[in-house]
Design a protein around this ligand. Structure first.
Ligand code: ATP
Ligand code: MG
Length: 277
């Protein structure tokens, strides 16, 4: 009997190239393969420009691969799907709508009727601790609250996949820690599959079942680390520290290699008569 399950999300030799304004082809992602199971929480980390957003945009259907395949539930991803929601760093809220109306917007777009939509929206705001802020507008909310509204809007439509591109990067340290815990709670209740991009290595170890380290030029997966720690995780624990050291060491190597490569490119450009900049 074949016990292999279809992965929730699958990248097989997925490739993405861009052409720059000067006509050069840049490989943002080179033949990348990765299977993500249903209910898994996968974090993508790596230096700036290594292709993290490219990967998540391919999975979410905002970009198309130039080669290979990207599938969700076994079907090729061809466009954004309302069952797979993307959450950005800049909240994406309508400033003229209240928190409630922002959450209602997504539900109404899906044709859910007024009364049911309102119940779902209020329940979603409640699940992120904002039930009493439903009538406030974005400018009356803190950054953390805005990101919570954005999370409530995403969760209200009960997606099976949540893509998050540095969602907590603009928040202060305390708000960030708090939202990390809230996200883990919500994910546990709903069996969500989460793909989460972050610059923060510790955040990746705290949240992820797996952490995928990427390297640039060309963008690729260099290290996939299983984080075998029970939940809730403790940042001061020895085993947490073990993963922290492993990931920082691997990241340091990638970082040094990419800096060396950048220096070599600048030197080459200067030798060819360019400014190097
Ligand atoms: N629309 C585009 N046109 C041309 N090049 C692009 C485009 N989008 C991304 N790139 C290039 O592809 C590479 C990967 O970009 P990407 O945005 O995926 O990186 P990233 O890892 O998300 O970086 P950051 O951490 O800074 O957000 C970069 O070199 C970038 O310049
Ligand atoms: Mg990015």
């Amino acid at each position: 009997m074949n016990n292999r399950r279809t992965p929730k999300i699958s990248l097989v030799n997925a490739e993405k190239t861009y052409r720059s304004s000067s006509g050069e082809t840049q490989t943002a992602l080179a033949k990348a393969s990765l299977d993500i199971n249903e209910g898994e929480f996968v974090c993508l980390v790596g230096p700036s420009g290594c292709g993290k957003s490219t990967v998540i945009n391919l999975m979410a259907g905002f970009e198309k691969p130039n080669g290979g395949t990207v599938t969700i539930d076994g079907k090729p991803v061809t466009e954004p799907d309302p069952d797979h929601i993307m959450l950005f760093q800049d909240y994406g809220l309508f400033p003229w709508k209240s928190a409630l109306d922002n959450v209602l917007f997504g539900l109404k777009c899906r044709g859910i009727r007024d009364q049911e939509a309102k119940q779902k929206a209020l329940a979603a705001l409640d699940s992120v601790g904002l039930a009493t802020y439903a009538q406030r507008h974005p400018h009356e909310l803190s950054g953390g609250m805005k990101q919570r509204v954005s999370l409530a809007r995403a969760l209200a439509v009960e997606p099976s996949v949540l893509f998050m591109d540095e969602p907590f990067a603009a928040l202060d340290a305390f708000t960030k820690l708090h939202l990390q815990d809230e996200l883990l709670e919500l994910r546990k209740k709903r069996r969500l599959t989460v793909v989460f991009v972050t610059h923060d290595l510790e955040e990746a170890i705290y949240l992820g079942d797996r952490v995928v380290l990427m390297a640039p030029n060309p963008g690729r997966f260099v290290n996939i680390m299983d984080i075998d720690l029970a939940s809730p995780r403790n940042r001061t624990d020895d085993r947490f520290d073990h993963y922290r050291k492993q990931l920082f060491t691997a990241f340091d190597l990638v970082h040094r290699e990419s800096s060396q490569m950048n220096r070599a490119l600048v030197t080459e450009s200067i030798q060819q008569g360019g400014s190097g900049i």
